[in-house]
Design a protein around this ligand. Structure first.
Ligand code: CU
Length: 226
């Protein structure tokens, strides 16, 4: 089957498919093998026009290590230039991927000039609630100029998730990306040739802080920010 439309892409997203070609013998004991994903790694960067390459399948879970450097930058995602809250200089942020059972280590370097936290949306965080990334509830804010390291496993979870800032409305301004946990035993493995990830969102020409102020102002009627 060839992917010929956005519809199929969305269907694939909902089926959290992969193009991994082998089903490994999995071990319950994680190894300490580490892999550092870099900005040069084409799989680490988000390019919706490039299909996935298969993620290596390991005999037992490994640790996958990522670095997200957060900073504001002048970008024009829809042709209109504005200040965008970027991760590793891009918007949407890099796609973070792992195989089922892997340990995921993510160093968040905050160069925003503002506080932040990053939440891993949909991940249960069993035993690691302190890495859930909810500002003021599960962790203190990450101060600008500092690094905070998240370290968790998705356990038995797999599928299409996303990550985003969990402080104020920062993700509206760009701090978000896809988080994909592959199942090497994907039941749809033979039903498609290629896989793409496409993120859809509202996008505003005004920064979210002023949008939120309008939304919260007395007498507000009709304009909505989620
Ligand atoms: Cu979320």
């Amino acid at each position: 089957m060839r992917i010929t439309s956005i519809f199929y892409v969305i269907v694939l997203l909902s089926l959290y498919s992969t193009i991994i070609n082998a089903a490994p013998a999995t071990s319950a004991v994680p190894t300490l093998e580490k892999r550092q994903e870099t900005e040069q790694d084409p799989d680490f960067n988000t390019n919706i026009f490039t299909s996935f390459k298969p993620l290596e399948v390991t005999a037992s879970p490994i640790t996958r290590e990522y670095t997200l450097t957060l900073a504001k930058a002048e970008l024009a995602p829809d042709g209109f230039s504005r200040q965008v809250w970027t991760s590793n200089g891009q918007y949407p942020g890099p796609m973070i991927r792992a195989n089922k059972g892997d340990q995921i280590v993510i160093h968040v370097q905050n160069n925003l000039g503002d506080f932040t936290t990053i939440h891993w949306h949909g991940i249960f965080q069993r035993g690691t609630t302190f890495y859930d990334g909810v500002a003021g509830q599960t962790q203190c804010l990450i101060a600008t100029g500092t690094t905070f390291t998240y370290n968790f496993t998705a356990g038995e979870q797999y599928g299409t998730y996303w990550w985003h800032s969990h402080f104020r409305s920062q993700y509206v301004d760009g701090l978000r990306g896809a988080l994909i946990i592959h199942d090497p035993k994907d039941p749809y493995l033979n039903d498609y040739d290629e896989e793409f990830v496409m993120t859809l969102s509202d996008w505003h020409h005004e920064e979210s802080e002023s949008l939120v102020n309008k939304r919260m102002a007395k007498g507000y009627d009709g304009f909505n920010v989620n």
